[in-house]
Design a protein. Structure first.
Length: 341
């Protein structure tokens, strides 16, 4: 079966992980990237060709270049789907795509679905997809219930997953042990609620990696870098005694983030905020440990730092659960089951 995956070229590896799962099943994936977060955007490429003195392009010029780049991308996407005529097209979020492009994906695919790992809220792209796609998959159960109202197209729950070819226990080098050294590791974009969690842990050696933290008033040496490549993140998760996970407010019921299963897949011990519905997917206290407030977070951190054998046992059970239920292969299989393929 020929499967076209239209997704972002995002450092989180969503498109790439799903493509590997499609290939592992014996199907033929074709990945098309509608965004490029790897430094290869049209604006960046144009700037790189200019003399140094001219690289500070005005905002208006940059916006025009982005518009041109996006238009060219959509033309190329329509050409690809018309050429490939896939049996199945999977659109990963696809925010910003014009209705004509979404309709072209539907017209040239035998089956067409979309999968969102964010709350679509009132996103106009989601409204278009809800009218055109055969199936809509959302990461959070509360989002599913809200989006089912008044829609004829099926909306189903499909939670986040991890790429088991990237997130697995690794053997860190001496340099990595030094660079990634901390008692509690946190890889996440900045959000005020997440900063509250980090501020609670002042007495511990905390390491934070992620964008947006550079302007947050943190203690010296807490924020390490704005970006951590996936393989390095997997190394960190297996190396740190405790891996913190604090969800964005868009998670309401069962919408655990990719970090939840990436930490487990990498063999890490996870301390995660107690989001509703988490117990439907994991055995709390046995496969990962949850905290309800900052005081409990602090107490659990102190407790588990003193009990390495308990951490190791929980991490091992967590990894088994992740491999048994939460890889991209599991999510792809669920899609096909919903579609009756």
């Amino acid at each position: 079966m020929k499967v076209l995956i239209v997704g972002p070229n995002w450092f989180g590896g969503w498109t790439q992980g799903l493509a590997r799962a499609v290939r592992a099943r014996g199907d033929e994936p074709c990945a098309f990237y509608y965004t490029d977060d790897s430094g290869g955007s049209l604006v960046q490429r144009v700037k790189a060709t200019l003399p140094t003195g001219l690289r500070n392009l005005s905002r208006a010029v940059a916006q025009q270049l982005r518009f041109v780049g996006h238009t060219l991308m959509e033309h190329r996407l329509r050409w690809v789907v018309e050429r490939e005529k896939p049996d199945l097209t999977i659109l990963l979020k696809g925010d910003g795509l014009r209705r004509s492009t979404v309709e072209s994906l539907r017209a040239n695919s035998r089956q067409f679905v979309a999968w969102w790992l964010d709350d679509p809220a009132d996103d106009p792209s989601f409204r278009v997809q809800s009218e055109v796609c055969e199936f809509l998959f959302l990461f959070d159960q509360a989002c599913v219930e809200e989006r089912r109202v008044g829609r004829s197209n099926p909306v189903e729950y499909l939670p986040c997953a991890f790429d088991d070819s990237v997130f697995y226990p690794k053997c860190p080098s001496t340099g990595e042990k030094t660079a990634l050294s901390c008692e509690l590791a946190f890889v996440a974009s900045y959000h005020p609620s997440r900063k509250d969690s980090v501020d609670t842990l002042v007495e511990f050696n905390v390491g934070v990696w992620g964008p947006g933290w550079e302007t947050a008033p943190l203690r010296p040496k807490v924020w390490r870098a704005p970006f951590l490549e996936q393989s390095k993140a997997a190394t960190l998760y297996g190396l740190a005694p405790i891996c913190l996970n604090a969800h964005h407010p868009q998670t309401r019921v069962g919408g655990f983030n990719t970090r939840t299963v990436e930490i487990l897949g990498a063999g890490g011990f996870e301390l995660v905020d107690a989001v509703p519905g988490l117990a439907q997917s994991f055995e709390l206290g046995s496969e990962l440990v949850t905290y309800s407030d900052t005081r409990e977070l602090k107490d659990l951190t102190a407790f588990y730092l003193r009990h390495p054998s308990e951490r190791s046992a929980i991490a091992a059970r967590g990894r088994r659960r992740a491999l048994a239920s939460h890889t991209y292969s599991h999510r792809y299989a669920s899609m096909l089951e919903f579609l009756g393929t």
